[in-house]
Write a protein that binds this ligand. Structure first.
Ligand code: PGA
Length: 249
């Protein structure tokens, strides 16, 4: 059966000491939490935060990684280096990577396969731009990103994949998709995964919603049949706002 999975994406925020303070607060306030949790600090804080999360119910996540194992790739961080720091999961294909840093589906797919090959869990982000939604293309865009992102991924690896539906127009803008609109896209992604991997795999797939999730809208979103958690940005930067989301309902 599916379980709820709430992840915090800290983006390019926090010094090591600030990250440590937040991690310690999350560990103490979520120790009785019933769901699956992840915190994804910047690369520079992974070691510090990893030491605090070790042995707790909060996974250590990275926000990106290179598509190659190692080599001449100035400024990139490899899967081997992430594993060396105890990273358990990686967020791939975030809209900021797709749109600001021009990562395409083929590159994201190489990263997905490499992360899985090295035993990491993956949060694969998909989502449409405002103009794509207004043109009635939201489902098609999310379908294409899902299909291309999962190309070459074996059925037995699918249990280590979470999809995060993040409409680009809702990220960091305070605009949230209505629970109904989000659920419709989640249902479509589940149908697409069902077509690729079968009904059992689709039924087990965790699909998070992301985009201005806050303490006051989390429970309504999570009540929807196909919404199995959240990928949280702004509200993940403080325990005061992340913990109520993580313990919604
Ligand atoms: P937001 O970001 O919660 O600040 O909208 C979500 C995300 O980008 O993962």
């Amino acid at each position: 059966m599916r379980h709820y999975y709430i992840a915090g994406n800290w983006k390019m925020h926090k010094s090591r000491s600030e990250a440590a303070e937040l991690a310690r607060a999350l560990v103490s306030q979520l120790k009785d939490g019933k769901h699956k949790y992840l915190a994804a600090p910047s690369f520079t804080s992974l070691e510090t935060v990893g030491a605090i999360l070790k042995g707790t119910n909060i996974l250590l996540g990275a926000q990106n990684m290179a598509a190659e194992e190692q080599g001449a790739h100035t400024g990139e961080v490899s899967v081997l280096q992430l594993k060396d720091l105890g990273v358990q999961a990686v967020i791939l294909g975030h809209s900021e990577r797709r749109h600001t840093y021009k990562e395409d589906d083929a590159l994201i797919n190489r990263k997905v396969r490499l992360a899985l090959q090295h035993g990491l869990e993956v949060i694969l982000c998909v989502g449409e731009l405002l103009e794509e939604r207004e043109a009635g293309k939201a489902e098609a865009v999310c379908e294409a990103q899902t299909v291309k992102g999962l190309e070459g991924v074996a059925k037995e690896s699918l249990a280590r994949i979470t999809i995060a539906y993040e409409p680009v127009w809702a990220i960091g803008t305070g605009k949230t998709a209505t629970p109904e609109d989000a659920d419709a896209i989640h249902a479509h992604i589940r149908r697409v995964v069902g077509r690729l991997y079968g009904a059992d795999a689709a039924a087990a797939l965790i699909i998070q919603y992301g985009g201005s999730v806050k303490p006051d809208n989390a429970a309504q979103l999570m009540a929807k049949e196909n919404i199995d958690g959240a990928l949280v940005g702004g509200a993940a930067l403080k325990a005061d706002t992340f913990v109520p989301i993580a313990k919604f309902g």
